[in-house]
Design a binder for this molecule. Structure first.
Ligand code: PLP
Ligand code: TYF
Length: 397
């Protein structure tokens, strides 16, 4: 019956993470998967989230199904977090926010919506992007093409080429953009560059689709929402998928949202309705628990500032590790530029290491990086950063 079902090659990042788990070497170092580990190499339970969980458990009663669009308190809190409670688009009722199964769920629901209402459109993604973007969009039947983004020669952005490419894009193409902390490169647009994109979006009638998976890991919780607020203030219609996996260390709870900014409140009502229909056809409604932790942290006057301070601490720790790795490498490998570790933002850096060098790092030194050369710098800590630098220096020699 199932002879025609071919073997699954596996997801490269998840497979590498599994291989790390099976590696018996005591000094192995996991810089593969995009997860924030603390200085003890553990996934943290944030004290603010723990306190919220105790409150949620204390108050918990019956477990009805949530509505298709998720819990109302979660949706409002997330909308205010992303857009700001006082922004015109929010006050005018033009923003729709739905609770989704992680931001992956938000991307998928958004992709199904795009396919249904813009069936012949093209999804434009950065070159490179998170592999799963292409998989999710193609899975919904959309055509995916890339726009220029990363410049391997400079470790920076090919902004002029990106802009030129978008100026040529077909009307109503959907342009996927990482709102901050680009995965996999760590290279972000500056505020001025975001502003330069606005007239192109308007003239070409493009539909931005922002992915905010690392809010708070770039410059700050508010600061990392800059692009979202800019696009909303400029009157654009666009999508945002956002995640709490990293910002609240709630990976397995699958907490995310999809928001759509619409031209007017009447269109917002219909967009919400059709998003609900898509959710009903896919998984009916999201799970309760994780979303209630997020809503509690965001709205509780004591827990909110606690969480904000915890995000600062995670961001600062990554910055400190970037600097530590940079300084050791500069000393060990003279003549090579490692400044990208200091300029790139968020959890990832693109090291420029070849696939063969990454294989050597894994096999000879137990240091796991994705074969594209992407390093999750959030896997570094005070005990493994020297060894990582030494291993990198060895494969670069
Ligand atoms: N988008 C990007 C760019 C990511 O890096 C990730 C996770 O690594 C996601 C979306 C999905 O996150 P989640 O589904 O856990 O919210
Ligand atoms: O490291 C990355 O880029 C991601 C991590 O449901 C990830 O692929 C893992 C599981 C998941 C979403 C993202």
């Amino acid at each position: 019956m199932f002879q025609h079902v071919e073997a699954y090659a596996g997801d490269p990042i998840l497979s590498l993470n599994e291989a790390f788990g099976k590696d018996t070497r005591p000094n192995k170092i996991n810089l593969s998967i995009g997860i924030y580990f603390d200085d003890n190499g553990k996934i943290p339970m944030l004290p603010s989230v723990r306190a919220a969980e105790l409150k949620v458990v204390e108050a918990a009663g019956a477990r009805p199904y949530l509505p298709m669009e998720g819990a109302a308190n979660f949706r409002t809190a997330v909308q205010h977090l992303l857009f700001g409670a006082d922004r015109p688009a929010v006050k005018e009722g033009r923003v729709v926010t739905l609770q989704t199964v992680g931001s992956s769920g938000g991307l998928k629901v958004g992709a199904d919506f795009v396919k249904r209402y813009f069936p012949n459109t093209t999804m434009l993604v950065s070159d490179p992007t998170w592999d799963n973007h292409r998989a999710v969009f193609e899975g919904s039947g959309l055509t995916v093409k890339a726009y220029p983004y990363y410049n391997p020669e400079t470790g920076g952005l090919r902004f002029d080429e990106m802009l030129a490419s978008l100026k040529q894009a077909e009307e109503k193409s959907v342009v996927l953009l990482h709102a901050c902390c680009h995965n996999p490169t760590g290279v972000d647009l500056t505020k001025a560059q975001w502003e330069q994109l606005i007239p192109v979006f308007k003239e070409r009638n493009l539909i931005p689709f922002l992915d905010l998976a690392y809010q708070g890991y770039g410059d700050g919780i508010e600061e990392d929402a800059f692009a979202i607020r800019l696009l909303a203030d400029q009157g654009l219609s666009f999508f945002v998928a956002n995640s709490f996996s990293k910002s609240m260390s709630l990976y397995g709870e699958r907490c995310g949202a999809l928001s759509v900014v619409c031209p007017d409140a009447a269109q917002a009502v219909n967009v919400l309705g059709q998003m609900k229909a898509i959710i009903r056809r896919n998984y009916s409604n999201p799970p309760m628990h994780g979303g209630q932790l997020v809503a509690t942290v965001l709205t509780d006057p004591e827990l909110r500032p606690m969480w904000e301070a915890e995000v600062v601490a995670m961001r600062d720790r990554i910055q400190a590790m970037r600097k530590a790795l940079h300084d050791v490498l500069v000393a060990k490998v003279p003549g090579r530029d490692f400044s990208y570790f200091l300029t790139q933002r968020g959890m990832f850096s693109y090291t420029g290491l070849t696939a063969e060098q990454c294989d050597r790092l894994k096999e000879e030194f137990g240091v796991y990086l994705v074969r594209s050369g992407r390093m999750c710098v959030a896997g570094l800590n005070t005990r493994n950063v020297e060894a990582t630098a030494a291993a990198m220096a060895a494969v670069l020699a």
